[in-house]
Design a protein around this ligand. Structure first.
Ligand code: C2E
Ligand code: MG
Ligand code: MG
Length: 574
């Protein structure tokens, strides 16, 4: 195998320190083919040379008996100074007692005088340089340079080793995450971000001093700690949360999230223990009441369930297990409500798990990007249905579909929509797009650009869940929208809670100001409908008229609407 001392084009430098010229000559000749050799005549001179450039030498060969400053003194001075840690020292001795003494004082090896076989000396020099270079590489990659905690690789390596030897101990995995760390970097600068990271690492490490455990920084703002089972992890988490609250030098507020997986399953690899603790930690996102969560059997079940849903989505799309339901929207400003349009809402008729409602899989698929496939499936299905109804009843029922935030950033969004419209012979004004309010808060500039374009192509945009709390009033006035869909919770509470009623009024006022109609969702009772109508609300969607139903069941509403139009000799639905 290639030795580091020979590796590459760089020749290592060796400093030979000996007061006798003959010794310097002999050693120099032995080494000069492989190393660049330099000389010093006594300890003082050597020390001055070393201090000029601290990383210059890969090895020092040191005589012990010298005038001015002897080798023992130099050895002591150099070994006390950590800047010379990377440079090994081989001591050259005549007496065997001095050998032991030198090793104790920090020499890496010794060579006895008089020098005998050059190849032995050369081999010893190479071996020592080799060992030190490897040691340096390890100590540099072992620690995270910013915080001094272990790096990922070494952390897992040590956890694995300890876990194999300490069989009678069980372990707890802890994941510590800083909430909105990127904001600290953005607002207060990276320097402050680094200070925060270092301080958190210090707090974590100070707790490890008295217990059996180790920690690392896994990536930017996430720390892992592996603790033995005699530690109260809850106490550990609480202490760390409390002690880090006020550590910022600026006014940045530090809030930690801690995920704990107690008594890990040792049949699984350590990486998996921390994946589990991370799941618990991620579970705290958006939870403003709790900062500590546990990976337990319930979370485990949920995780298994989610994994099952993720692995089944493709087959279910292929087998058409996803079914699009339709919920009617009625215009209520006239005496008899008039069928206006429908919202397409997806259901999963899973072959083994039964009917699954969107609340169970939409947020999951939104997180991992799979929602895109599903949304496109729904858009296609809805457009096909608009075409079928048009053929069967001779009228167009506009359908609104839900558009997830990540759909909007797809460069082929428009092409995809137009292809679906073309395939089914329908117009952009027949397909309304519902975009949830929270999407607007994300990257407003980009969203506005896309929506402006979609509107110029004739699509109607409805802002879904309006009032759920993401957009500021200021933002709403600049957003391109055609319809406001009021968040359901206002309607749900409007009859028994004055504040909700006031908020309904407020949404109506905003809509009036923006000159857009309001759709009220979740209307279940006549009284709600009456109040909303009096306030000027134009369209209603809710159980009062119907739950979401299959496309076949929906046809009853179309037939009734046709009858109504016939009686009134009305025209098209639009
Ligand atoms: P959303 O878009 O706000 O849809 C309205 C939800 O309110 C539907 O729930 C509907 O069944 C329910 N709802 C309507 N009227 C009433 C009522 O009078 N009372 C009550 N209690 N509920 C009512 P659903 O179908 O469970 O859908 C939930 C959410 O899942 C939807 O909220 C939407 O955000 C999402 N979703 C559904 N289908 C899709 C889809 O195809 N793509 C995407 N991206 N999201 C979808
Ligand atoms: Mg919707
Ligand atoms: Mg809604």
């Amino acid at each position: 195998m290639e030795r580091p001392s020979q590796r590459g084009a760089v020749r290592r430098r060796v400093l030979i320190v000996d007061d006798e010229m003959i010794n310097r000559e002999i050693l120099g000749n032995m080494l000069k083919d492989i190393y660049d050799v330099e000389f010093a005549e006594n300890g003082k001179q050597a020390y001055e040379i070393l201090c000029e450039d601290k990383d210059r030498y890969s090895l020092m060969l040191l005589d012990l008996l010298m005038p001015v400053m002897d080798g023992r003194t130099l050895l002591e001075m150099v070994r006390q100074d950590s800047v010379f840690d990377k440079m090994p020292i081989i001591v050259m001795t005549q007496e065997s007692e001095a050998e032991v003494e030198s090793i104790k004082a920090g020499a890496a090896d010794f060579i006895s005088k008089p020098y005998k076989r050059p190849e032995i000396i050369l081999a010893r020099c190479e071996r020592i340089i080799d060992l030190y270079e490897q040691k340096t590489i390890i100590s540099e990659t072992e620690r995270d340079p910013l915080t001094g905690l272990y790096s990922r690789e070494f952390f897992f390596e040590y956890v694995r080793r300890i876990e194999q030897y300490a069989l009678d101990i069980s372990w707890n995995a802890v994941v510590i995450d800083i909430e909105h760390f990127h904001l600290i970097n953005e607002i207060y600068g990276r320097k402050e971000g680094n200070v925060v990271l270092r301080k958190i690492a210090d707090v974590i490490e100070s707790h490890l001093d008295d217990i059996f455990g180790m920690a690392c920084r896994i990536d930017a703002d996430t720390f892992y700690a592996c603790l033995s089972d005699n530690i109260d992890t809850e106490q550990f988490a609480e202490d760390i949360i409390r002690e880090t609250e006020g550590i910022s030098l600026t006014s940045a507020r530090i809030r930690l999230r801690v995920g704990i997986y107690n008594n890990v399953d040792r049949n699984e690899p350590p990486e998996t223990w921390f994946d589990h603790a991370k799941i618990a930690c991620n579970h705290l996102r958006g939870d403003y009441a709790n900062q500590v969560a546990y990976y337990d059997s319930e979370l485990h079940k949920k995780q298994v369930y989610h994994e099952r849903l993720i692995s089944d989505i493709d087959d279910s799309i292929k087998n058409r297990d996803f079914i699009v339901y339709y919920q009617p929207k009625y215009a209520i400003q006239h005496d008899t409500p008039q069928l206006k349009s429908a919202e397409a809402l997806i259901r999963w008729d899973h072959p083994e798990l039964g009917m699954i409602s969107p609340g169970d899989f939409i947020p999951l698929f939104e997180k991992n990007g799979l929602i895109q496939k599903l949304d496109r499936y729904v858009w296609e299905e809805a457009c096909r249905q608009i075409g079928r109804w048009k053929d069967k009843f001779g009228i167009t029922i506009p359908v609104s579909v839900n558009v997830s935030r990540i759909d909007i950033y797809e460069p082929d969004l428009e092409d995809c929509l137009f292809k679906i419209l073309d395939d089914n012979g329908i117009q952009s004004s027949d397909l309304m797009l519902e975009i949830t309010e929270s999407a607007y808060a994300d990257n407003a500039a980009r969203l506005i650009e896309v929506i402006d374009h979609l509107r110029s192509e004739g699509f109607l945009i409805e802002m879904d869940d309006f009032g759920s709390g993401y957009s500021s009033l200021n933002m709403v006035t600049t957003l391109p929208i055609d319809v406001l869909k009021m968040d359901m919770k206002f309607v749900r509470n409007m009859l028994n809670d004055d504040k909700s009623l006031k908020l309904v009024e407020l949404v109506m006022d905003i809509a009036k100001f923006l000159k857009v109609p309001v759709v009220a969702e979740g209307v279940e009772e006549q009284q709600q409908l009456d109040i909303l109508r009096d306030m000027g609300c134009e369209v209603i969607q809710g159980y009062y008229f119907s739950k979401p139903v299959t496309s076949e069941e929906f046809e009853t509403f179309i037939e009734k609407e046709l009858e109504r139009q016939h009686e009134q000799e009305g025209g098209d639905l639009k």
